[in-house]
Design a protein around this ligand. Structure first.
Ligand code: NAD
Ligand code: MG
Length: 393
């Protein structure tokens, strides 16, 4: 009996925000393979009620949230024979994040929508496994300050940042000279603007190495994803902009590197599979065995490295500007990017228009050097408004 109790206490209670997405479903696979270590307590979905219901029936969480409240009755009825609590609406995301149903939140909602619930969980003292990089792009200073105040670990799920995080284990007293973020280059590597102007959504949605949600797949094609990741790295690892370098490595085997003050470089490698960084974020500081595919050095493999083409992929230039100027500029850029990607996915603007919209919005919304939380919210709103105006959404 005593034994059983102590085993029980070691189970980490997990909330998956965005459980129906690419990261969310892979996180559930990791948890399903380790029922002795993790239990699913909270699942949330935006509109995909059917998958949410399936997940709830399989994992028997304490709470599910369906953000789209038109679907509340359907979810409630489908789970009537269980004791799963069903909540609906955007506010419920924050409310549940402030309660004690879980020990660790996997922040896997896409975009700005993930920001407030994640911040709430931090204020609530809950550990965060962070996939939602936009949270740090929007207001990284406030998020990291609150994490320190509440002694909350923010463990990266993004593969590059997980790589850096893993390279830093055991190096607490050693200074980072720089980090090298690897980028696959996306599906349009080597292409020029005259080609990109005609690219359609179906083509842009094909990523060579990773299968991900639509927004991040487009961000990878424009290289905005790498720009967001530079800003994410700045906050996670407390770096100056000039300490963050991006290098294109098409094979996605080296997930990123850290160079220390003595010039030594550590890399973290493996086949591209998000389940590994997800699992590491859940099990940190331990590693747990798994049967994911292994990298095979005996196969013919050449690892290549090249500079990103900043003349063609100008989103990365805009993101570097936002990284360097800081303040509310990353927040403005993020909002303009979300609206642009949304419009591109609906065939309202072409591939290169996305950059023009983001650039114009970054010039238009007033710059604030040290924004308050409310000023970040306002900047986000203004940027969305102006971007939608430009696109005539
Ligand atoms: P996805 O589109 O597959 O899933 C998004 C999830 O968020 C879904 O569960 C959806 O229901 C939910 N969601 C969407 N809009 C919402 C809203 N307005 N309110 C509440 N919930 C909402 O996205 P993804 O690829 O899983 O990416 C999730 C996050 O992880 C993103 O921030 C992305 O940048 C990051 N990330 C993803 C990958 C990957 O391989 N997919 C890798 C690194 C980082
Ligand atoms: Mg990444």
């Amino acid at each position: 009996m005593l034994m059983a109790m102590s085993v029980e206490q070691n189970i980490k209670r997990i909330a998956i925000y965005g459980s129906t997405g690419s990261i969310g479903t892979q996180a559930l696979e990791v948890i399903a393979a380790n029922p002795d270590k993790f239990s699913v307590e909270v699942l949330t979905a935006h509109t995909n009620d059917e998958l949410l219901i399936k997940q709830a029936l399989r994992f028997n969480p304490n709470v599910v949230i369906i953000v789209d409240d038109k679907k509340y009755t359907k979810v409630k009825e489908a789970l009537a024979s269980t004791d799963v609590k069903v909540f609906a609406g955007e506010k419920a995301l924050e409310e549940v994040a402030g309660m004690d149903y879980f020990d660790l939140m996997i922040a896997a909602i896409v975009g700005y929508a993930g920001f407030k619930p994640t911040l709430k969980a931090i204020e609530n003292g809950k550990a965060i496994a962070l996939a939602n990089k936009e949270t740090l792009v929007v207001a990284g200073d406030i998020v990291m300050r609150k994490a320190v105040e509440n002694r909350v670990p923010i463990i990266p799920v993004d593969s590059e940042h997980s790589a850096i995080f893993q390279c830093l284990v055991g190096e607490t007293r050693n200074k980072i000279e720089k980090v090298i973020l690897t980028a696959s280059g996306g599906p349009f590597i080597g292409r020029k603007p005259n080609y990109l102007v005609n690219v359609k959504r179906e083509h842009a949605l094909q990523h060579p190495n990773w299968t991900m949600g639509a927004k991040i797949t487009i961000d990878s094609a424009t290289l905005m994803n790498k720009g967001l990741e530079m800003i994410e790295a700045k906050w996670l690892f407390n770096l100056r902009p000039e300490q963050i370098q991006v290098i294109v490595h098409q094979q996605s085997i080296i997930h990123s590197m850290v160079q220390f003050e003595d010039g030594s470089i550590k890399a973290q490698m493996g086949v591209p599979d998000m389940k590994l960084p997800i699992q590491y974020a859940l099990s940190f500081p331990k590693r747990i065995p798994n049967s994911f595919p292994r990298y095979d050095f005996k196969k013919v493999n050449t690892l290549t490295f090249e500079e990103p083409d900043l003349k063609t992929f100008r989103n990365l230039v805009l993101a570097i500007e936002a990284l360097e100027k800081g303040g509310n500029l990353p927040c403005i850029m993020n909002a303009a990017n979300e609206v642009s990607v949304y419009a591109f996915l609906r065939n309202r603007i072409n591939f290169l228009d996305m950059t023009d919209v983001i650039e114009k919005v970054m010039q238009k919304v007033p710059y604030i050097e040290k924004p308050t939380l409310d000023e970040y919210y306002e900047s986000d709103g203004q940027a969305r408004h102006y971007a939608a105006d430009l696109i005539k959404l």
